[in-house]
Design a protein around this ligand. Structure first.
Ligand code: HEC
Ligand code: HEC
Length: 308
């Protein structure tokens, strides 16, 4: 961790702030899942806390759990917004269709055709720190944070078969409605069904320093490089999990409309920003990354300018 601290300095010395952050994983890659795995209806059961052994392993699992649900407070150096991992991976990373950790762990290392690279589980976690948590340089692969989170995920997955895609992994895809999405309808859904908790301006709700309702846009939300900025990914998350406690109640159309409305709002810049240009960044990273509004113009305003 000490060593990483010199990296920003180095970037500054050679006059290129773009080098200040090394990107661990190119993106929060969209999961490609078979429909067979999505449709099975007996979800995998992760172990209960009372099954944890009372030893060093059990202790590390509990530390990983704590980091997962209280990330902002316990890993402040690596979180640049107001979120915790469990805000998007609900029920402590246990809930099916909410990208549960037990669905993820057995699927790594994963080969990605897109960039002809193998991504390790540690790199996947680092990616969530850099984009979803807007955290800058992520914890090192052998850091306490990555180790504890990996051990927590391993424990949740410890009775799962290796390399088998389990039902409930990821946020099962909700196909785009034939008529596309509608931002005005999305605004109406937001006002009716989301604003009560997430705030009229998507700002969330705080008690003291901590958010009790996470922000959906603005400086304390996920950045423009996060998987959730894709309208298709947000629609899938929202359809299965929101409004909180009423997952599955929105139509596919409503989920897409409100996902687009949320993701037309400004949030922290994509840390991969190419030469300070939104257009260059769009071409390199967003043009082929699902459905998104980054670098496009809505009501005469360029989306993706970022916010501090
Ligand atoms: C009853 C309160 C409530 C309502 C209503 C609600 N949410 Fe949420 N939402 C939450 C909470 C709480 C979380 C974090 C869950 C956790 O940490 O367990 C969350 C998480 C989220 C997240 C991921 C975290 C983030 O900040 O980006 C998104 C996106 C989201 N909600 C969108 C919506 C949308 C869209 C609607 C309306 C269709 C909605 N929510 C309605 C309470 C609510
Ligand atoms: C703003 C929402 C958000 C937050 C906060 C978040 N993630 Fe994620 N995470 C995602 C999305 C979106 C994906 C990609 C899922 C997809 O494409 O279906 C993902 C994927 C993952 C995966 C891979 C899942 C799989 O099945 O391959 C892991 C592991 C993961 N996140 C862990 C974390 C950890 C650890 C943290 C906290 C440091 C975190 N996430 C914070 C949204 C979030």
């Amino acid at each position: 961790m000490k060593l990483l601290a010199v990296v920003p300095l180095l970037g500054w010395l050679i006059g290129s702030p773009a080098l200040a952050t090394t990107i661990a994983m190119e993106d929060q890659s969209q999961l490609q899942m078979s429909t067979a795995a999505q449709s099975a209806n007996t979800p995998f059961q992760p172990p209960h806390e009372n099954e944890l052994p009372d030893n060093a392993y059990g202790k590390l699992v509990m530390q990983g759990y704590a980091l997962f649900v209280d990330t902002k407070r316990l890993a402040p150096d690596f979180v640049g917004n107001g979120l915790n991992c469990s805000n998007c991976h609900l029920d402590q990373g246990r809930l099916p269709n909410s990208s549960p950790l037990w669905g993820a762990y057995p699927m790594y290392p994963a080969y990605r055709k897109k960039n002809d690279k193998v991504n390790t589980f540690a790199e996947r976690l680092q990616g969530c720190f850099q984009f979803s948590m807007n955290g800058g340089t992520p914890p090192a692969a052998d850091s306490h944070e990555i180790t504890a989170l990996s051990v927590y995920a391993y424990w949740l997955a410890s009775k799962a078969p290796l390399g088998v895609e389990l039902a409930g992994r990821g946020y099962p895809e909700v196909p785009q409605p034939t008529k596309g999405y509608n931002l005005a309808q999305g605004a109406a859904v937001y006002k009716d069904q989301c604003a009560l908790c997430h705030g009229a301006e998507g700002q969330g709700q705080k008690v003291g320093e901590s958010y009790v309702m996470p922000p959906l846009w603005g400086k304390d939300s996920y950045n423009w490089g996060a998987g959730m900025h894709r309208i298709n990914t947000a629609a899938s998350f929202i359809k299965h999990n929101m409004p909180l406690g009423k997952g599955g109640s929105l139509t596919d159309q409503q989920a897409w409309d409100v996902a687009a409305y949320v993701n037309r709002h400004e949030r922290p810049q994509d840390p991969r920003l190419v030469e300070g240009s939104v257009e260059k960044t769009r071409l390199k990273f967003h043009a082929n990354d699902g459905v998104n509004l980054y670098g496009q113009t809505v009501d005469g305003v360029l989306i993706g300018q970022g916010i501090r």
